[in-house]
Design a binder for this molecule. Structure first.
Ligand code: ATP
Length: 358
C-alpha cells in the first residue's frame, strides 16, 4: 500500500544538494531548496537548464546521483512515484484517447484500487469544481484545448495529493486561453491549499503565478526569491536579464573624469569611480526622456504597444545598447537624439562573476 491509511501528508518539499548527470551533461548540480506547504513554486529558466529534470527527480521518474529529497516530511529517494503523495500534470496532458473524460479522470484511482463508490463521489466533486460535469462522456478528441487541459488538471486534483507537479502545462494553448488558465490554476491551488511546483520558461507566467520563483541556469539555482524580490533585487546579471518585458538593459561602465561612465558616453557620470569595470543594469521602465542632465542615446527603433512605446536605443557613440519603456505613443524616427534620466537606485553587477554588487 503506497500511503499509510489515515496518514496526513504535510505538503512540504525539501531538496538538499541534489545532483544528476546524463553522460557528461550535468543536468542538476548542488540543488538545494525548500518549499513550505501551500506554496506555489515556479521553476523558471531557459531551455536545457534542468527544470524538467528537477521535476522528474521530485516525481521519482529520475533518481538523483547525489543529494537528498524529502517530500511530505519523508525521505523520498527510495519511494516509487505512486508512494510519494504527489500528482503530476504533463505538457502533453497524456490523456488516453480511447477513454471517456470520466474514465480519464479516475484512471489513477482505479489503478490504485480505490473503491467504486468513492471513485464516483470524488469524480463528481472534481468534475463540478473544474466545470467538466457536462463533458464526462466525451472522448478527449471531442474537447477544445482548454477543456483537455482542464481534464488533465482534474486527474491531478482527484488524486487529492498534497503536492502537485506541473511541467509547462499551458504551452499548447493560445495566448488568451493561457492567461485564463494561469488564473484558474493559481485559484485552484489556493483553494485546495496544495504545494505546487510548476515548470515554465515564460517569466511572465512565473511572475504572475508564483509565491516563490526558483530561477535556474546550467543545472544550478541562480536565485530563489519571491517575484517582487527577483524583480527589485536580481542577484546576478543573468537574473536581471531574464526578468522584465523587455528585460533589464546591461551596460558596461568605464572610468571617466568624475566617476564611472557608460562606455561610449563620456561626460555623464552615472556611478562612483570605484564601480568602473562593473556592469550597470537599467530597467527600461525606470528611465524617462529629460531636457536636463541625462544619458545621451540615439533611437534605433520605436515600437508602439498601445499604452506605451518601447524604444531600442544606442548609447552615446553606439558602443552599448539599451531599451526604454515610455508611457504613451511616441512616433520617434530612427536617429532621434534623446537624453534619458536614470533612476536614483542603480543595479550594479560584477563584470566577471555577474554577482550583484552591494
Ligand atoms: P526545456 O525547457 O527545454 O524542457 P529544461 O530546463 O527542462 O529544458 P532538462 O530537460 O531538465 O531542461 O534538461 C537538462 C539537461 O539535461 C539538458 O542539457 C538536456 O539535454 C539533458 N537531458 C535531459 N534529459 C536527458 C536524458 N534523458 N538523456 C540525456 N540528456 C538529457
Amino acid at each position: 500500500a503506497p500511503l499509510l491509511p489515515g496518514e496526513t501528508l504535510s505538503g512540504e518539499i525539501r531538496l538538499d544538494r541534489v545532483a544528476k548527470a546524463f553522460g557528461t551533461t550535468r543536468a542538476l548540480q548542488d540543488v538545494s531548496l525548500v518549499a513550505a506547504p501551500g506554496r506555489f513554486v515556479v521553476l523558471l529558466g531557459p531551455s536545457g537548464c534542468g527544470k524538467s529534470t528537477l521535476l522528474r527527480v521530485l516525481a521519482g521518474l529520475e533518481a538523483p546521483a547525489a543529494g537528498q529529497v524529502f517530500l511530505n516530511g519523508r525521505d523520498a529517494v527510495a519511494l516509487p512515484p505512486a508512494a510519494r503523495g504527489i500528482a503530476m500534470v504533463f505538457q502533453s496532458y497524456a490523456l488516453f484517447p480511447h477513454l471517456s473524460v470520466a474514465e480519464n479522470i479516475v484512471f489513477g484511482l482505479r489503478a490504485r484500487g480505490t473503491p467504486k463508490a468513492e471513485r464516483a463521489a470524488r469524480l463528481a466533486r472534481t468534475a463540478e469544481m473544474m466545470g467538466l460535469s457536462g463533458l464526462l462522456d466525451r472522448r478527449p478528441a471531442q474537447l477544445s484545448g482548454g477543456q483537455q487541459q482542464r481534464v488533465a488538471l482534474a486527474r491531478a486534483v482527484v488524486a487529492q495529493a498534497p503536492i502537485c507537479l506541473m511541467d509547462e502545462p499551458l504551452s499548447n494553448l493560445d495566448a488568451k486561453l493561457r492567461a485564463e488558465m494561469r488564473r484558474e490554476i493559481r485559484a485552484l491551488q489556493q483553494r485546495l491549499g496544495i504545494t505546487m511546483v510548476y515548470v515554465t520558461h515564460d517569466q511572465a507566467e512565473a511572475m504572475s503565478m508564483a509565491d516563490q520563483v526558483v530561477l535556474m541556469r546550467d543545472g544550478r539555482i541562480e536565485q530563489d526569491a519571491t517575484p517582487a524580490e527577483l524583480y527589485a533585487r536580481p542577484a546576478t546579471a543573468f537574473a536581471a536579464s531574464f526578468i522584465g518585458t523587455p528585460p533589464m538593459s546591461l551596460l558596461r561602465l568605464v572610468p571617466g573624469a568624475q566617476g564611472a561612465e557608460v562606455a561610449g558616453a563620456p561626460g555623464f557620470t552615472v556611478a562612483p569611480s570605484g564601480t568602473a569595470g562593473a556592469t550597470l543594469g537599467i530597467r527600461p521602465e525606470e528611465v524617462a526622456p529629460t531636457d536636463g542632465a541625462g544619458l545621451p542615446v540615439r533611437v534605433l527603433a520605436a515600437e508602439f504597444l498601445g499604452a506605451e512605446t518601447v524604444l531600442a536605443c544606442a548609447v552615446g557613440d553606439g558602443a552599448e545598447a539599451m531599451q526604454a519603456r515610455i508611457p504613451g505613443h511616441h512616433a520617434l524616427p530612427a536617429g532621434t537624439a534623446l537624453r534619458l534620466r536614470l533612476p536614483p537606485a542603480l543595479h550594479l553587477f560584477d563584470a566577471t562573476t555577474g554577482r550583484r554588487l552591494p
